[in-house]
Design a protein around this ligand. Structure first.
Ligand code: HEM
Length: 281
């Protein structure tokens, strides 16, 4: 397992579940990371892009910030990952940046309704699409997440207003999917045919963990949100017995609406049985 994923899992699973912002200070040198899957993932992004998948959107109010993003990505790679080159032949800055890094990139601009998504290069969404989110403000983007607005809508809004360019943060999100493919672009994207069983859950499911960062762009003042998605077979995660036990604990704490949102309501008993067995094996 990637060591960064190991760290994210401990943050995620090491304390009781609670719908929270879960933000941590981020050193700028750790902003974007390059894992052993870099070449494969940027190749997959390029394949999707060339096949015409809807992975790049840019509204006029995001154009300058997209150029600023590309410059920051280029400087970051030069300083911290000199082996990774940007493709200078790609004229569009957002595409050049998006195809250089494993991270998905989102640009948000302040508006009276909250910060709005005005630009994005998102190849590996976890069951959402740019079609449904572009141009929308944060509360609308998060509308499908049960209880989010009530629990943390206010703090999220304040955080965006106060975010400073030199104080970036990271957070982590997770889900369990019955498909390991990275590009899962719509809420309808589900292989519901798979019935998860207590005997086989480890081979039927993949843990998707998103390492997310937020920083304010110093020049244009927009907020840049990045998402790096790890996909790990549940079985390989559970080779660490402690992690299997912790994940079972966390699943047990999820409220029903959140379980339903994560497509786990009917699957939880089987997954929990499998994890508990793995935790003592
Ligand atoms: C402090 C910042 C943020 C917090 C605390 C937050 C929190 C969350 C949480 C808890 C979920 C549910 C994930 C799950 O449990 O499976 C979620 C989903 C999501 N978030 Fe955020 N988020 C933040 C920033 C953003 C930003 C900047 C974007 C910009 C695009 C974004 C886009 C989404 C999307 C698209 C989903 C999936 C919604 C759906 O199912 O349609 N989030 N977020």
């Amino acid at each position: 397992m990637n060591p960064e994923l190991g760290r994210l899992l401990l943050d995620l699973l090491g304390r009781p579940y609670r719908l929270a912002m879960g933000l941590h200070a981020l050193e700028l040198r750790d902003w974007l990371i390059v894992t052993g899957d870099h070449a494969a993932e940027v190749a997959e992004k390029r394949r999707l892009f060339e096949a015409g998948a809807d992975i790049r959107r840019l509204l006029p109010e995001g154009v300058e910030a997209a150029a600023e993003t590309a410059a920051l990505v280029e400087a970051h790679l030069a300083a911290h990952a000199p082996g990774v080159q940007m493709d200078a032949t790609i004229a569009d800055p957002l595409t050049r940046a998006g195809l250089a890094v494993q991270e998905d990139l989102c640009l948000l601009l302040a508006s009276p309704e909250g910060y709005r998504l005005v630009g994005a290069f998102v190849a590996f969404p976890s069951r959402w699409s740019l079609e449904e989110k572009i141009g929308r403000p944060m509360p609308a983007i998060h509308a499908p997440v049960p209880g989010l607005e009530a629990a943390i809508g206010g703090p999220v809004r304040l955080f965006f207003e106060r975010l400073q360019a030199d104080r970036p943060v990271w957070r982590v999100n997770w889900s369990l999917s019955d498909d390991p493919v990275l590009h899962q672009p719509s809420s309808a994207f589900r292989r519901t045919a798979t019935e998860v069983t207590a005997a086989d859950a480890g081979r039927q499911l993949w843990l998707r963990v998103e390492r997310q960062t937020l920083r304010r762009l110093p020049e244009t003042g927009l907020v840049l949100f990045t998402i790096l998605t790890f996909v790990e077979p549940l079985a390989s995660l559970a080779r660490d017995r402690r992690l299997a036990g912790l994940l079972a604990d966390r699943l047990g704490e999820l409220p029903e609406p959140m379980l339903a949102y994560k497509n786990l309501l009917t699957r939880r008993p089987a997954i929990t049985t499998w994890l508990r067995a793995a935790a003592v094996a």
